[in-house]
Write a protein that binds this ligand. Structure first.
Ligand SMILES: Nc1ncnc2c1ncn2[C@@H]1O[C@H](COP(=O)(O)OP(=O)(O)OP(=O)(O)O)[C@@H](O)[C@H]1O
Length: 361
């Protein structure tokens, strides 16, 4: 009884302990991942975000030992992956499914046979395979397309095949390496909804890597931000959106705003901010984040009146993150430096998170 309870209370599905992955690049050794430690809980969707080259793919490939870390430990469901022999590793890998940006389907096999592949490799009979593949087709909504070939289906449908194939061995963990990066926004949303459904219905732990904050915002519970091989910030998604601490996290959030502004507006904005930075302008770009009751209070008009400012709303969004209303506004504020500072202090005191974006847009 006591022996079991230790395992029972073990709520971490994956522990990454001081992992470093060194490669010998053309210009000498490169630490693609440097001294990373993270704990990923059972049943959560954990997002890892970073710019291209930050080390996300390398880290996620360490989790199933597609990359063997140079140092450190990877513990999945209580097992240290780095100490397993070849046979043990094969069986541990069956508990970790993976999906990819370019789907990696076999073009000569039908949808059904692509999903069946891992089961064939595991030596199951045709009847056993049918028993597993049929409900998987149903789960991902592809029953009607089971006899189609990859060339005959859309990108979103291909990723659904990839997801069903990754689930065939009933894994405990699903790794997603930029699984929606090749898809349009609407298809991205439908694939992320499917991942959320699988997470809830099967209790599957999902580790998702992406370079898009939108993806994190839509489905992740907690997240880590990577830069130059290191994890620089980690926490609840809502908390990081509300008050990002690191410049890179702020810039990734700023990207969402920059992407949604029309090109002309963005150029004029950058020109105005450059003048202010050079000391001859009075514009400042801010992002205001509100949660809960702050969303529906007239705080902004109060600040404008009280401190004699002009606010030009450039971008606004009200979302739900982890079930809580979350509002974000990008505002170009114009006024004296003194008044702007006083207004921002006032808004902060009212519970608004205020962040200057001049240097990240
Ligand atoms: N096999 C390898 N040999 C040498 N260097 C490598 C190898 N794999 C990755 N790197 C280097 O490690 C760094 C991190 O790469 P990685 O692919 O993990 O980043 P990423 O965040 O996933 O970016 P992207 O989204 O562009 O793939 C890069 O500088 C890359 O050039």
């Amino acid at each position: 009884m006591f022996m079991q309870s230790a395992a029972f209370f073990h709520s971490e599905m994956i522990e990454i302990k001081a992992v470093t992955q060194r490669f010998n690049g053309a210009r000498g050794p490169v630490d693609a991942v440097r001294d990373v430690s993270l704990a990923i809980r059972k049943g959560e969707i954990f997002g890892i975000i970073g710019r291209s080259g930050a080390g996300k793919s390398t880290l996620v490939r360490c989790l199933n030992l597609l990359n063997r870390p140079t140092s450190g430990a990877i513990i999945v469901d209580g097992k240290d992956m780095t100490t397993l022999n070849a046979e043990q590793l094969r069986s541990a890998r069956r508990e970790i499914g993976m999906i990819f940006q370019h789907f990696n389907l076999l073009s000569s096999r039908t949808v059904y046979d692509n999903i069946a592949l891992p089961l064939e490799l595991a030596g199951l009979s045709k009847a056993e395979i049918a028993k597993k593949v049929t409900p998987l087709l149903e789960l991902v909504g592809l029953t009607a397309l089971k006899d189609s070939y990859p060339a005959q289906i859309s990108g979103g449908q291909k990723q659904r095949v990839g997801i069903a194939r990754a689930l065939a061995n009933e894994p405990k963990v699903l790794l997603s390496d930029e699984a929606t990066s090749a898809l349009d926004p609407e298809t991205t949303r439908s694939i992320l909804e499917l991942l959320r459904k699988i997470n809830r219905e099967l209790g599957l732990t999902i580790v998702l890597i992406t370079h898009q904050m939108e993806v994190i915002k839509m489905i992740c519970d907690r997240m880590a931000v990577m830069e130059s091989g290191e994890v620089i910030e980690t926490g609840e998604v809502l908390e990081l959106f509300r008050s990002p601490k690191h410049e890179v996290t702020r810039a990734l959030i700023g990207d969402v705003i920059a992407q949604e502004l029309p090109q002309g507006v963005l150029q004029r904005l950058r020109a105005r901010l450059a003048q202010s930075d050079a000391g001859s302008g009075t514009d400042h770009l801010f992002r205001f984040a509100f949660t809960g009751s702050g969303v529906d209070q007239p705080l902004l008009s109060e600040a404008v009146r009280k401190f004699d400012l002009d606010f030009n709303i450039l971008h606004g969004q009200i979302d739900e993150i982890q079930g809580q209303a979350f509002g974000s506004l990008a505002i170009l504020a114009n006024g004296t430096t003194e008044n702007i500072q006083a207004a921002m202090a006032y808004l902060t005191a009212q519970g608004v998170t205020v962040e200057e974006l001049n240097h990240v847009i």
